[in-house]
Ligand binder design. Structure first.
Ligand code: AMP
Ligand code: GLY
Length: 426
């Protein structure tokens, strides 16, 4: 089978790596891809990843059997619909189903209908409504823009003025709506659930580090690192989340005639009252996917094809590497603000099975690898436990040379020390 991956981040590099290792996959293509993928995939130029007909044309040109869509923007723009209409199998939900990520208000409506535990939302279109909702919930305030914002549309703060300012900026946008939400306390979990619209197959849970700085300080980013598995999580966590969240959501989408096929990213807070949904995404998470796929032993292409073809019920249990995986993101100077780019990247090690570098914002300039985005590289390492995986990952991170770059030094540190706990009900 020939597979085309749409996207250019480290998440897509992880997908390419997994697909290239699947014996049933004869060729991997990536559009537009990045220089790090070039060993494992043929890079295909693509003017716009959100242009359905252009993706279909690329798939036809290379005789592709399966298209895997990485990022949310092409999904929300209907790229998966266009590919399927052209008779090519596609891993990724329809534009309609991708509204689970594209609209926070829609996601809340589905959760309410499906009885999924989540933070109480108030969907507001005026500042009066925002003020009432903030008064109702109290601090900390959670203010979410109702649209795609690449993980940056959410402000969580104790500062009422800051919260109001963000709400007002969101409302000022065309058709602007804002969701004010009850604050959910507790460690966060990302659980990726593969689904063909009927059957749900969960992957192993991971934890992401969204804030830019150590100790969760500073602004939110797309994600600065992750680890899997979660030594502190209840043994039945995955089972519980499938039963209480993923399956009811998938069933509700099917009932509405908008079946969701692809990966449902369930972002949870482990509160004293049990797991509650913070967000849904319609795609794999970045950087969690890098570590999760590092541990997946079942060949990836067969799994994604089964999801795309409605055959997940036939798939046997997934096999996992028992080791721990830690991913550390190396970001450009000034990320998550406007990143400094165009600097040469050095110090990349020879890839090993248990420590390697995935590319995101990189480019080739006169044959030299340079930075070309905010999140530049993802370093992935496996180890017998989180401590060993951390050591291996940071050894690589410390050797990387990129002017002004920064990274978190505490990815998986608390979990490795046994310091993550779920709040207990008072
Ligand atoms: P989202 O884009 O909805 O994932 O939100 C981004 C980040 O904001 C989440 O990963 C959480 O860290 C935080 N967040 C969002 N909603 C809540 C909430 N209701 N309570 C606490 N933190 C939240
Ligand atoms: N790691 C967070 C996200 O992919 O949205």
């Amino acid at each position: 089978m020939k597979v085309l991956v749409i996207g250019s981040g480290a998440r897509e590099h992880a997908l390419v790596r997994g697909l290239a290792a699947d014996p049933s996959v004869t060729a991997v293509f990536a559009a537009p891809g990045n220089p790090g993928m070039a060993d494992q995939a043929t890079l295909v130029a693509l003017a716009s990843a959100t242009d359905g007909p252009a993706v279909v044309a690329a798939a036809r040109e290379h005789d592709i059997d399966l298209v895997v869509v990485g990022p949310e923007a092409p999904l929300v723009a209907g790229v998966a619909d266009a590919v399927r209409e052209a008779g090519i199998a596609c891993f990724g939900p329809s534009a309609q189903a991708a509204q689970l990520e594209g609209s926070k208000a829609f996601a809340k409506e589905i959760m309410a209908a499906a009885g999924v535990p989540t933070g109480q939302p108030r969907v507001c279109s005026t500042m009066d409504q925002v003020a009432r909702a903030m008064a109702e919930f109290g601090a900390p305030f959670v203010i979410k823009e109702d649209g795609l914002a690449a993980g940056k549309g959410v402000v969580v703060t104790d500062d009422a003025d800051l919260a109001s300012e963000h709400a007002s900026a969101c409302l000022a946008k065309k058709g602007g709506r804002v969701v004010v939400e009850e604050f959910l306390d507790g460690p966060e979990v990302s659980l990726f659930c593969l689904t063909d619209g009927v059957t749900v197959v969960p992957l192993e849970p991971a934890q992401d580090f969204k804030r830019v700085g150590d100790d969760d300080l500073g602004p939110n980013t797309g994600g600065m690192g992750a680890y899997t598995p979660l030594p502190w999580a209840p043994a039945d966590l995955v089972e519980q989340v499938v039963a209480q969240v993923a399956q009811p959501t998938i069933d509700e989408m099917a009932r509405r005639g908008a079946p969701f096929a692809g990966v449902l990213y369930v972002g949870l807070a482990m509160t004293s009252g049990g797991p509650r949904v913070i967000e849904f995404n319609a795609r794999f998470g970045d950087p969690e996917t890098q570590g999760v796929l590092a541990r997946l032993r079942t060949p990836l292409g067969g799994v994604l094809l089964a999801a795309a073809q409605g055959r997940l019920a036939e798939l046997g249990a997934l096999e996992w590497d028992p080791r721990s995986a830690v991913t550390v993101v190396v970001a450009s100077e000034n990320y998550p603000g406007t990143p400094r780019t165009g600097d040469s990247i050095g110090g990349l090690p020879q890839p090993r099975d248990d420590a390697y570098v995935l590319h995101a914002g990189t480019a080739l300039k006169d044959g030299q690898l340079v930075s070309a985005g905010g999140r530049v590289l993802s370093v992935v390492a496996l180890g017998a436990d989180l401590t060993q995986a951390r050591e291996r990952a940071y050894e690589v991170v410390d050797a990387i040379e990129l002017r002004g770059s920064h990274h978190r030094t505490d990815i998986a540190a608390k979990a490795a020390r046994g310091e993550v706990s779920i709040p207990v009900a008072s």
